[in-house]
Design a protein. Structure first.
Length: 147
């Protein structure tokens, strides 16, 4: 897997490359302050990123201000009227809130804990003919539950 970010002490930094100057550079992501770094190699870029995070934290401490947290824990998602309505109904049926349903769904997606059940439905008319039943019934796929 290829990643285009660096991570250190809860901060994420970008990795960019200038083909003309042949320099690598980046900035700390997800904060309003502009903190940049550059280097000639990837190893040096990682070190420069970590030094920039340390410098940012030290500067905030010297100024007596809290460093920005990379994330607030809140974001808006526009899903459309139909999905919003169905989500609300689903949450109510499960005595839950929309927020909790969305958090659970995102957590499952990110951590790969999908509880999927795949159903294969066949119309009754497919089995009306003895010829069909005798020739194709054995080829019918089995139901599979994937966890």
């Amino acid at each position: 897997m290829t990643t285009k970010t660096l991570e250190y002490k809860g901060f994420q930094g970008s990795v960019d490359f200038d083909t003309q100057s042949e320099e690598m550079y980046g900035k700390i992501l997800h904060i309003n302050d502009l903190v940049t770094y550059e280097a000639d190699s990837f190893k040096e870029l990682r070190k420069a990123f970590e030094e920039s995070v340390e410098d940012y934290l030290d500067t905030c401490a010297q100024l007596g201000v809290e460093p920005e947290k990379p994330f607030s824990g809140s974001f808006n998602v526009r899903v459309g009227v139909y999905i919003h309505k169905e989500l609300s109904r689903f949450a109510a049926r499960h005595s839950s809130s929309i927020n909790d349903v969305v958090k659970d769904a995102i957590n499952c997606h990110i951590n790969g804990r999908h509880n999927e059940v795949h159903h294969h439905h066949y119309a009754n008319s497919e089995y009306e003919s003895n010829d069909f039943f005798m020739t194709k019934a054995a080829a019918r796929p089995k139901l599979t539950v994937v966890k």
